[in-house]
Design a protein around this ligand. Structure first.
Ligand SMILES: [Zn+2]
Ligand SMILES: [Zn+2]
Length: 264
């Protein structure tokens, strides 16, 4: 396990962040201009936005795209995109990056069909939230699985179960890749997961689709296929188990302390 975001050399690579919410999301804090400043300060060349679809509309979409364009420059590209959820599919959130038009799919299958034409790159976000149940139509059409969502339980390490989901899908569809995501709602809290594409790349999302990128986080880096090998995947599973236990213990402690404060 080696390599951190800080170790990326900007002269031979373009660094990007995926799964970022702006103030267009009800739970997002940052304006597009603030996200530009966040990226510029860190040498991040592109921000793949994924605002909640239910917080936008066809009308606001056009304004959003125009404002992304206005807030972008040669240093930082803000790429419009949306995160979709679906009635009857608890926890299944699908990301459409680089959307060229407003879409309003009401099922995961409709998402796959509509995003195929309207989006540049699609990701099944934080599989843990859907208890790793990815519908067949999504497995058959998605471009990527988010194997490390820095906002969820996997703050410090990728999710070995999500990696196994990816590997299972790749047996039929070897073009599907694994990505890291910030799931950022507040730029004051940078959890440091990055994707790195070649500096010569004109179109970062095309590089993601083609698997020409490296995932980088606080504790490790890996390629698009996420082929860690059985030993490393085993070690990751063990480490995850330990981290989760610590987090659960901290949650219990926090609850206990809150309870004490409330009763006093
Ligand atoms: Zn989500
Ligand atoms: Zn999100």
């Amino acid at each position: 396990m080696s390599g951190t975001a800080a170790a990326i050399r900007a002269d031979d690579a373009t660094v990007g962040v995926l799964h970022v919410h702006s103030a267009y999301s009800h739970d997002g804090r940052d304006s597009l201009e603030q996200l530009h400043a966040f990226a510029a300060a860190r040498g991040i060349g592109f921000v793949a936005l994924t605002d909640h679809a239910e917080d936008l509309s066809a009308d606001r979409w056009d304004e959003y795209v125009a404002r992304c364009r206005d807030a972008s420059d040669e240093r930082v590209q803000l790429i419009p995109g949306l995160e979709f959820r679906f009635a009857g599919y608890t926890g299944l959130h699908l990301l459409a990056l680089g959307l060229s038009r407003w879409i309003a799919p009401d099922t995961p299958g409709a998402f796959i069909a509509q995003a195929r034409e309207a989006a540049r790159f699609t990701i099944a976000a934080h599989p843990i939230l859907a208890h790793y149940r990815i519908p067949e139509e999504v497995r058959a059409g998605i471009d990527a699985i988010e194997v490390w969502n820095a906002a969820y339980n996997t703050r410090y390490l990728p999710d070995p179960r999500a990696i196994r989901v990816l590997h299972a899908i790749r047996r039929d569809r070897p073009e599907v890749v694994g990505t890291v995501g910030l799931d950022q709602h507040d730029a004051r809290n940078d959890r440091e997961t990055r994707v790195v594409v070649p500096a010569s790349a004109r179109d970062p999302l095309a590089e993601l689709r083609a698997g020409r990128f490296t995932n980088v986080g606080r504790t490790m880096r890996f390629d698009a296929r996420v082929e860690l090998g059985p030993a490393r995947l085993g070690a990751l599973t063990m480490a995850r188990w330990a981290f989760d236990r610590v987090e659960r213990a901290q949650d219990r402690l926090a609850r206990a302390l809150r309870g004490r404060a409330a009763s006093s």
